[in-house]
Design a protein around this ligand. Structure first.
Ligand SMILES: [Zn+2]
Length: 202
């Protein structure tokens, strides 16, 4: 017999009995038609692959030059972190902290948590305090606002373009791709399947 579990519809609260597992299948509420569950295929492996790619992009985004300015022959290179330090020293402390939090710390913590959850699951083990890690992951996702930061940079580039020659560095491209990769990781992670491994015992 296939093991079953109870799921309440998010929209109308009707209780359904659905089979556990069943990768790649989805189901709708029989009363109101809302999506009841959507079991993604190979969720752990796919999300883990995106996390690994994200870690490389994150390293490049932080270590390599973000932008270089050429102002009448004087070339200045900035990295993500030196930009934060520069904002701080110019008296824009709040902005410096916000940039550090949303563009560096949040995505870094997000990638670390994904790795912490997915590497043991992939190896068939349940990580210590999985439930805490998943909750923290959900929290940190709302703080990861790299796209807002990137738009700010692009606006500044257009405005500064007349005053100095600005050359985008490898970090800015990595940063842009990292936004897509992290969004992909959040989309492929099937929290239901991960929770199930916790109850079933991997
Ligand atoms: Zn319903």
């Amino acid at each position: 017999m296939v093991p079953e579990e109870f799921v309440a519809c998010h929209d109308c609260d009707l209780i359904h009995r659905i089979p556990v597992g069943q990768e790649g299948r989805s189901g709708r509420c029989t009363r109101c038609g809302a999506v009841l569950f959507n079991h993604k295929r190979n969720t752990v492996e796919r999300t883990l692959a995106l996390t690994a790619a994200g870690a490389v992009l994150f390293a490049v985004a932080n270590l390599f030059p973000f932008l270089s300015f050429d102002m009448q022959g004087r070339v200045t290179e900035t990295t993500l972190l030196s930009g934060v330090v520069e904002l701080w020293s110019q008296g824009m402390g709040v902005l410096a902290v916000l940039v550090l939090l949303t563009a560096v710390i949040a995505p870094g913590v997000q990638l670390s948590l994904l790795g912490y959850v997915l590497v043991p699951l992939h190896a068939g083990r349940v990580p210590w305090r999985l439930e805490l890690a998943l909750r923290a992951l959900r929290r940190i996702e709302t703080w990861s606002m790299m796209e807002v930061f990137l738009i700010g940079i692009l606006v500044a580039l257009v405005k500064l373009g007349r005053m100095a020659e600005i050359v985008p560095g490898p970090a800015i491209y990595s940063f842009a791709i990292l936004i897509l990769v992290l969004a992909g990781a959040a989309a492929t992670l099937d929290r239901r399947a991960v929770w199930q491994r916790l109850t079933v015992g991997a």
